[in-house]
Design a protein around this ligand. Structure first.
Ligand SMILES: [Zn+2]
Length: 277
């Protein structure tokens, strides 16, 4: 009798050991030690314009090709006080907004950035020309964007220099959000980077701001600030990189021909927002 009882016990315990419940009860994880070298996966915010109107943009951005985390409408609807913000992709997921891209040593910014699209007709730059027409962004749309960017930047501790435009991370392919985008105004409100005027004047040291400067002087500094381009860039490509910088930091001259003001603003930015790499 006693032996039989033991066998039954053994069978029972054997049974318990193979119950399907064991894999679903995870081992307690020890979190005593926390590494010091780490960073959030998200470290940049990329601003875009849609070219398309709101409805068309929603269709495009929810289709199979491209997407963005947020889309901000251009104007409030009748019953609203501010333009709608749509969230199309959860922040934990990568949205397909950046494409082939690079900034400050990071490649493929889809993986590391939050993408925000603004409904705007965009910047038309007739081929072969250096000046085009852009549509200005309504103040209400910028106010909504300001709040959204501020909140995201705070959450992920995103550096001002990493709040950028599509044209900054893909200067040979993209011109959005274009020279009408109010980077200076946003920076004055505490969002993103902008060269300090006093510092710029000091760096200009009395030189005429519109005196042209050689690409050879600007390109190494653009690289230092975070723009990524080939060492074998053609003159046309060099012009596009310089134009990308100007559309962001010198919209009053986004011809792609650098001048003393381009140089001084770039130098000021390097002092204010150094990139440690
Ligand atoms: Zn874009």
């Amino acid at each position: 009798m006693k032996k039989g009882f033991l066998i039954i016990l053994a069978l029972l315990s054997g049974c318990q050991a193979t119950t399907p419940s064991s894999p679903t009860v995870p081992q307690a994880i020890n979190t005593t030690y926390v590494a010091r070298s780490h960073q959030p996966r998200i470290n940049a915010i990329v601003i875009h314009y849609t070219v398309a109107d709101e409805q068309r943009a929603i269709t495009l951005l929810t289709g199979k090709q491209v997407s963005s985390h947020y889309l901000i409408a251009q104007y409030p609807k009748d019953h609203q006080t501010s333009p709608e913000i749509y969230q199309l992709v959860p922040e934990e997921q990568a949205a397909w907004h950046a494409g082939l891209s690079a900034w400050r040593g990071t490649y493929n910014l889809n993986k590391t950035s939050i993408g925000i699209e603004l409904v705007n007709r965009g910047y038309s730059l007739p081929s072969g020309q250096h000046h085009g027409h852009c549509e200005s962004y309504p103040p209400q749309q910028i106010a909504v964007l300001d709040k959204l960017v501020r909140e995201i930047a705070e959450r992920y501790k995103i550096e001002p220099a990493n709040i950028i435009g599509h044209s900054d991370i893909a200067p040979l392919r993209k011109v959005d959000p274009g020279p009408c985008f109010p980077w200076q105004q946003l920076a004055q409100q505490g969002v993103g980077a902008w060269p300090d005027q006093k510092r710029v004047n000091k760096l200009l040291a009395g030189r005429a701001p519109d005196t042209p400067v050689d690409n050879a002087l600007l390109l190494p500094l653009l690289k230092q600030y975070g723009y990524v381009f080939s060492a074998h860039a053609t003159p046309q490509e060099q012009r596009q990189v310089i134009r990308a910088f100007q559309m962001h930091f010198q919209p009053e001259n986004s011809s792609g021909q650098g001048d003393q003001l381009t140089l001084a603003r770039l130098q000021a930015l390097l002092l204010q927002y150094p990139w440690h790499h």
